[in-house]
Design a protein around this ligand. Structure first.
Ligand SMILES: [Fe+2]
Ligand SMILES: [Fe+2]
Length: 325
């Protein structure tokens, strides 16, 4: 079989024939009253909007055109509002058995999972506080199903670290920065900070669905990752005899406050040095990852990226090279 063009290499005028994974599918009616299909399609390298303006060009079962389905498509790459799109000529549902290499469709962290798990274990081993160490070991090492999901989940549906392994990568990044910050601010409780960094987003493994397309689970939509993980940590703590009440409160406080503001889903504002630190590092890591991805993946040729909605600005793409050391 011929290798299909990856989405990230799409250029205006390219003809495309191949398989893509449907992330979103919407049958719509235009202002002129004609029905059309709007899709978001993906492979491991990116996502692209696609339009089919004549529904008669769908072959086979039209009801099978659903999110998470593979589609065989034929179309052409066009540009609209300086964004790459696909204009489809033909489309049909493709059963999984027909797909030559499933791994070509799921974006993966660049960092090998084995290395990231080793890094995670190094942080766990470094904890000296016996209560915190037991708590983190019970959740991220002894609970095999949880550990496996933790190694696979993305960190978000949009915004940042949107790829398999992204949650682990984000977690390690926050913990690494936290470790440096603790040697700078020596009155921080280092173990409290590191343990909270490791567990601050663990609820995302139940909040997000990531077997195929990335989305929210019912549990995630109804409860959110903060309350999910608070419940898990609470359960783990209650199975330990005499877990100190003060530590329980302070640890849960970091998880509850890590989004920093009530309007960003934090039920409480961070009110301890450790909670304030985790909030800012978490925010910084998400934002910078989104900025670097923006610069890397921006399709335009100019100095500026497309408008980044979550950061409410465009990013200047030209980089002054670092001097050779
Ligand atoms: Fe979070
Ligand atoms: Fe986070």
């Amino acid at each position: 079989m011929t290798i299909q063009i990856p989405i990230k290499s799409f250029k205006e005028g390219d003809a495309f024939t191949g398989y893509l994974l449907a992330q979103e599918t919407a049958f719509k009616t235009s202002s002129r009253g004609t029905d059309y299909l709007e899709l978001t399609l993906s492979d491991a390298t990116g996502r692209v909007k696609a339009f089919l303006w004549d529904l008669r060009a769908i072959e086979g079962d039209i009801d099978a055109i659903q999110p998470d389905a593979f589609l065989k498509i034929k179309g052409a790459v066009t540009i609209f509002n300086s964004r790459i799109q696909l204009k489809l000529d033909k489309l049909r549902f493709a059963p999984d058995e027909e797909i030559p290499d499933l791994s070509a469709f799921f974006p993966l962290s660049d960092k090998p999972v084995g290395e990231m798990l080793a890094e995670l274990d190094r942080f766990i081993d470094s904890l000296k506080d016996p209560w915190l160490k037991n708590l983190v070991v019970a959740m991220l090492r002894d609970d095999k199903a949880l550990r496996e999901a933790f190694a696979k989940a993305p960190a978000a549906k949009h915004l940042h670290h949107v790829y398999l392994g992204g949650l682990l990568e984000h977690t390690i990044s926050v913990a690494s920065m936290a470790e440096k910050a603790c040697s700078h601010y020596q009155s921080m409780n280092r173990d409290l900070v590191i343990a909270a960094a490791l567990l601050h987003d663990v609820g995302k493994i139940a909040e997000l669905s990531y077997d195929r397309s990335f989305g929210y689970t019912d549990e995630g939509n109804l409860l959110g990752h903060i309350s999910i993980e608070v419940q898990w940590v609470q359960n783990a703590i209650s199975s330990v005899e005499r877990f100190p009440e003060e530590l329980r409160r302070q640890f849960l406080h970091i998880l509850l406050g890590h989004h920093g503001k009530l309007e960003f889903g934090a039920p409480v504002l961070p009110k301890t040095p450790e909670a304030i630190l985790i909030h800012y590092l978490d925010d910084l890591d998400g934002k910078l990852e989104s900025v670097f991805t923006n610069i890397r993946e921006d399709p335009g040729a100019g100095n500026w990226t497309q408008y980044n909605k979550s950061l409410e600005r465009m990013i200047y793409k030209t980089r002054w090279p670092s001097a050779a050391q």
